[in-house]
Design a protein around this ligand. Structure first.
Ligand code: UDP
Length: 238
């Protein structure tokens, strides 16, 4: 597979076309951003770590029958993925109260929710990705109700697989964000990365934060925590 031109550069990734029409190359960058990119940082090797963590996660999801865009990890910080047209929604799944939900409802972090919660946010950096209801989404024509129902079901299935995978690594999956797109065959598949950049992971025994909140909240040991997540996951799957 040949890497061709850069077609998109985001906060943490670059996407290149390849010599195969239906296939893209996703390169993970060393940068870290938070608060809609108002806070910026990086550490050497972060792109490679996130690529490795995403690879373990995609492999586990595949084993459990979840359809996604990952094809193979071609080098340290690069993976080949199916080309998709992204549905413009961030799909957030929560198991434990934290982040924006805790703030919005005036609750403290750590409360276990009665059941996993799926939420949709409209992908728009200028609007800071606002929360949107099903009716707002269908009224705007971003997608239809049947697709939203499918996304919710699939997000909960992914949550179930990931919760088990992280528990084996001694980590609680607090919440995560993902995205879905349609591939060239029009199938809806999980797209984008899945890494500690877009999820909250707490140590099962100590509740130590092991994800991007260490960067957001200036808790230190960002690099060490990402590395530990990778090492624990690797041990868990081997
Ligand atoms: N998240 C993300 N990208 C975003 C917003 C949220 O990856 O643009 C992730 C975040 O890391 C967390 C989950 O989605 O794991 C829920 O985030 P929340 O709504 O609590 O927002 P936050 O307070 O983290 O901005």
């Amino acid at each position: 597979m040949q890497k061709k031109e850069l077609i998109y550069e985001g906060k943490a990734k670059r996407i290149y076309s390849t010599d195969q029409e239906a296939c893209l190359l996703m390169e993970y960058k060393d940068s870290l951003t938070a608060f809609n990119a108002l806070k910026k940082g990086q550490f050497l090797g972060k792109g490679e770590l996130n690529c490795k963590i995403s690879t373990l996660i995609f492999a586990e999801l595949k084993k459990n029958g979840v359809n996604h865009h990952w094809l193979e990890t071609s080098s340290g910080n690069e993976m080949l993925v199916q080309k998709t047209t992204i549905i413009p929604l961030e799909v957030v799944v929560r198991n434990i109260m934290a982040g924006s939900l805790a703030k919005k409802l005036g609750r403290t972090e750590g409360e276990v929710l009665k059941q996993p919660l799926v939420e949709f946010y409209y992908k728009d950096d200028h609007l800071a990705d606002p929360f949107v209801s099903d009716d707002q989404i269908t009224a705007m024509g971003w997608t239809d109700q049947a697709t939203l129902d499918y996304l919710k079901k699939e997000a909960l299935r992914i949550n179930h697989v990931l919760q088990n995978m992280f528990l084996k690594a001694g980590l609680k999956l607090v919440d995560f964000k993902t995205e879905f797109g349609r591939n060239v065959k029009s199938e809806i598949i999980l797209s984008d990365e899945i890494s500690p950049d877009c999820m909250r992971l707490w140590d099962v025994k100590t509740n130590k934060k092991m994800d991007k909140d260490r960067f957001r909240q200036d808790l230190g040991e960002v690099e060490e925590s990402y590395l530990e997540v990778y090492e624990r996951l690797q041990k868990g799957v081997s």
